[in-house]
Write a protein of this length. Structure first.
Lengths: 355, 546
């Protein structure tokens, strides 16, 4: 290798690293502004709702001097801007403080409730994507046929029926009548003390520890809520798949492929879906992210100790530490998943890699 | 291509098979373990398990099953108490000194002996921590400075409690049945004490084990607390060191379930043994099921509508009286609160010393119109009411809106979240409010102190009782409430409370509607499950399974 080659190489490397630094900086700026927005919004919602946060700590029956003392200790008597600064400083130091409702550090609480939501959301999204995408493809290919109509109705029901009602109905049918699934919560009480989870993802833990009866029990508990969440993301994913596929099927390369005599299956699954996959990834990722926020209603009906229930309960009780912690986590999840889908883009679509 | 499709198909069949294997071969009927009681219970109010700090209804049940007290309510006659740790007690002639003799040879769950020192320490920490329930003890003149003198161990088995005024002994003893007087294991707690920096508000150098006891356990009840995971589960285990008759079951598990319909489904399927938060419809359905049973008990909580006296329309005595005639008690009793409450119009719940069990008011539009006309409101007026958006509050509010309308009064309902309406109420910014009041301890003073006591009606207020919140300025009644406390003859004391209740019935801005009943749905094979007259007497140690 000649001298000039090395120089050129390092020059290119430098240029590339400059570009990388710029990308990282850009990313950081986006993240920082997003977080700041998050903080401001949660803070002001927390202060605007007409609930006295001291009430959350003490309950209705506390004597007056205690209420005063608590308000003082929580900094509620400070001017609003000082409260906001205090709130930001706390958040930046990664200390979300102690939840007044559970008395645990907020991070401990979130570590406890988040796996329950992750497990449910992941399974739900898997179900939604694995069924939703083929249904969408089917509807696009057989456009206007009975199959298309059926998929449309399935989607419409998914959009419009309140999840709360559907969840109770599903419980009535699959749990009470058919006894196919288990309820309530994540695991049966008999396993409460024979099974010690490590990751908090019970399916993974049971599999890892080779506790087959636990695995079956956990599966029977999770399958119904996961299917319900799956159904709702399915409704969305299948509609989006259909429209993406219709768009692709009209492209000229499809005509070219047909002219070349490729099999219809190959054209649909190998070419059209491959191209539709790029925007689909975003759709699925966003639906996954929204499930990761925790579905409050599903969690309430199924007595599922997840993030959605935790945050709603905290918000209603003006437990601002917990709300802040939860919001930051959800914000991070959204940012993380967006980043992930960007990365997936690059592997799926060579054009984004070209530059 | 074919190969690829085959691969996909194989994956599909495999996962389908897995799903079948996992889901199939199910037991036909779920059943909880024989030695375990599983209760579906909405306990999202629990914020701490420290008996010196806890003041929530769900915690009261857990504490009373896991900790011991000097005395407990006598469930056969709730105007009396019986000894728990105390073998006997005497009251000095001047009415100031209470001497308790403890039973011999008792142990905490940890194995440490129970002595008068533990009792004294429990009083000391509750008073010094000064959390929400501390006033139940400090109202006897206890403070951080004098508690070690006023509540102390004379010897290993003698505990002496000195009060500042010659109170009615029934009042003192009733207060000692509250969970804040629970006895903690001093030796064990001292091992977990955290040192803190003394401040202006908190003069002590340690936290008396408060942080540890929030989730920890140091008691001697029939059960010990194994674990509490907020909004998930509370697990109790039999205490083998218990000095009394051992609990019949080895374990009690409370599962947090918020939904009435969910509790009903799980009860029917046998996944829980007891459903604790059934709404009227579900409760009725459970009652009709041959495999299940129901039980209920009146609780010390009354529901009322209150009229803020700052509103000049509502401050007229005729209006206050007219509104009491404008509640359709019969309809509410027959539908909205069926199974969860019974009509009750005085402020003391049934079974409490001096409780008045008469309901003089009936729904009478003509009478109400007459009263309103007398006050000068022939055409009625418009008024708002803050209503939390849960049942039965909303239902009763809507019924009241309709019945008020019949007399020409236009009611605007302002719906809100529970904590939100409460915040407004506590600041006296409401016109009308519908709420409930639960007794803090099983003594008539608990309710009298809030319904008929308002020592300072200024906006600053020293004691923000319900009378204060509704700006009901009643110096005479406040004085009488104090007098009742010092009446040492129980029969005479009961008389005073009867008079107070009559005054509230006749003239107060409180339209008291019903007393809450707690209900539970049970599996048919349960034996001995009984709800008590208060939330800290819902004992589970007598429960067994067939």
């Amino acid at each position: 290798m000649s001298m000039s080659d090395t120089v050129r190489m390092s020059g290119r490397r430098r240029a590339r690293s400059r570009k990388a630094v710029a990308t990282v900086l850009q990313f950081l700026v986006v993240v920082a502004t997003t977080y700041l927005g998050l903080l401001a919004v949660t803070f002001f919602i927390g202060r605007v709702i007409p609930i006295d946060p001291a009430l959350a700590v003490l309950g209705d029956r506390a004597p007056q001097h205690l209420v005063e003392r608590t308000r003082e200790a929580m900094g509620l008597n400070l001017p609003l801007y000082q409260q906001f600064l205090l709130y930001c400083r706390q958040a930046l130091s990664g200390d979300f403080g102690v939840s007044v409702l559970t008395t645990n550090p907020v991070m401990t609480d979130i570590r406890r409730v988040f796996p329950a939501t992750i497990e449910l959301a992941t399974l739900g999204t898997l179900i939604g994507a694995l069924i939703g995408v083929p249904l969408g493809v089917l509807a696009a290919v057989k456009r206007g046929s009975i199959a298309d109509q059926i998929v449309r109705v399935i989607g419409l029901v998914g959009y419009s029926v309140p999840i709360f009602w559907l969840a109770l109905l599903a419980l009535l049918v699959f749990y009470a009548r058919l006894k196919w699934v288990a309820y309530p919560g994540r695991i049966d009480v008999v396993y409460e003390y024979t099974f010690s989870p490590i990751t908090g993802l019970y399916l993974v833990d049971a599999l890892w520890q080779r506790q087959w009866d636990v695995l079956r029990d956990v599966f029977r508990h999770i399958i119904l809520p996961a299917s319900l969440l799956g159904y709702f993301s399915l409704a969305y994913i299948s509609r989006m798949t259909r429209s993406f596929m219709l768009n692709e099927l009209q492209q000229e390369y499809i005509v070219a492929a047909r002219a070349k005599g490729l099999s219809e299956a190959r054209i649909i699954w190998g070419h059209a879906l491959r191209n539709a996959a790029v925007p689909l990834v975003t759709v699925i990722a966003l639906s996954y992210a929204s499930l990761l926020e925790g579905s409050v209603l599903t969690e309430t009906v199924f007595a599922w100790p997840g993030l959605g229930l935790y945050i709603t309960n905290s918000l209603q009780n003006a437990d601002m530490n917990a709300v802040l912690g939860g919001t930051i986590i959800i914000g991070s999840v959204f940012i993380g998943i967006n980043l992930l889908s960007d990365l997936l883009y690059r592997t799926l679509d060579p054009r984004t890699r070209a530059r | 291509m074919m190969h690829k499709l085959n691969g996909r198909l194989r994956l599909l069949t495999a996962s389908a098979a897995l799903a079948l294997a996992l889901g199939a071969a199910l037991p036909a009927f779920a059943e909880t373990p024989k030695d375990t009681l599983v209760e579906g219970f909405a306990f999202d109010d629990i914020i701490t398990m420290d008996p010196g700090e806890a003041f929530e209804l769900s915690t009261a049940e857990v504490t009373s099953n896991t900790y011991s007290l000097l005395v407990r309510l006598d469930l056969n006659d709730t105007s009396k108490v019986v000894g728990d740790l105390a073998e006997s007690w005497t009251v000095s002639d001047d009415g100031l000194t209470y001497t308790f003799k403890l039973k011999q040879g008792m142990k905490f769950a940890s194995g440490n002996p129970i002595t008068a020192e533990d009792v004294a320490y429990s009083f000391e920490r509750a008073v010094k921590l000064d959390k929400s329930p501390a006033f139940i003890l400090t109202q006897f003149g206890l403070s951080g400075d004098n508690v070690t003198e006023k509540a102390k161990a004379a010897d290993e088995h003698t505990f002496v409690f000195t009060v500042d005024q010659p109170y009615a002994p029934s009042f003192v003893l009733n207060c000692l049945t509250a969970t804040v007087a629970s006895v903690v294991d001093k030796k064990l707690v001292l091992e977990h004490v955290k040192s803190v920096e003394p401040t202006k508000d908190y003069k002590y150098d340690n936290d008396f084990g408060n942080e540890w006891l929030k989730t920890g356990y140091g008691g001697s009840g029939p059960f010990k607390l194994r674990e509490w995971r907020a909004n998930e589960v509370v697990v109790l285990e039999r205490n083998d060191n218990y000095y009394g008759e051992p609990a019949k079951l080895a374990r009690v598990i409370y599962r947090h379930m918020k939904e009435s319909s969910g509790q009903r489904l799980a009860l029917e399927a046998g996944d829980i043994d007891v459903a604790r938060n059934l709404e009227p419809g579900d409760y009725e359905a459970v009652g009709k099921n041959a495999d299940l049973a129901t039980t209920s008990a009146p609780k010390g909580t009354v529901w009322y509508i209150s009229l803020n006296q700052k509103n000049e329309n509502l401050a007229k005595p005729e209006v206050r009286e007219a509104f009491k005639y404008l509640v359709d008690y019969d309809a509410i009793g027959a539908t909205l609160i069926k199974g969860i409450g019974e009509i009750h119009q005085s402020f003391l719940p049934k079974d409490v010393l001096g409780a008045l069990n008469e309901n003089p008011y009936t729904f009478d539009v003509a009478k109400a119109k007459e009263l309103l006309a007398k006050a000068g409101y022939t055409d009625g007026f418009t008024v708002t009411m803050d209503v939390r958006n849960t049942q039965p509050a909303t239902g009763i509010a809507e019924s009241f809106q309709q019945t008020l309308g019949q007399a020409g009064v236009k009611l605007e309902i302002i719906p809100g979240d529970g904590k939100q309406t409460l915040t407004k109420y506590r600041a006296r910014n409401h016109d009308m409010y519908i709420g409930q009041w639960g007794m803090d301890y099983f003594d008539p003073h608990s309710n009298a102190d809030t319904f008929t006591n308002n020592p300072d009606n200024s906006d600053a207020g020293t004691n923000k009782t319900l009378a204060w919140r509704n700006a009901w300025d009643v110096p005479e009644l406040s004085k009488k409430t104090k007098e009742a406390l010092l009446e040492r003859d129980s029969a005479k004391r009961a008389e005073i409370y009867k008079e107070l209740q009559k005054s509230v019935l006749d003239d107060s801005p409180f339209v008291i509607i019903f007393q809450q009943t707690e209900v539970a749905g049970l599996r048919g094979n349960l034996k001995g499950f009984k709800l008590g007259p208060s939330f800290d007497t819902n004992y589970v140690w007598n429960v067994s399974k067939e």
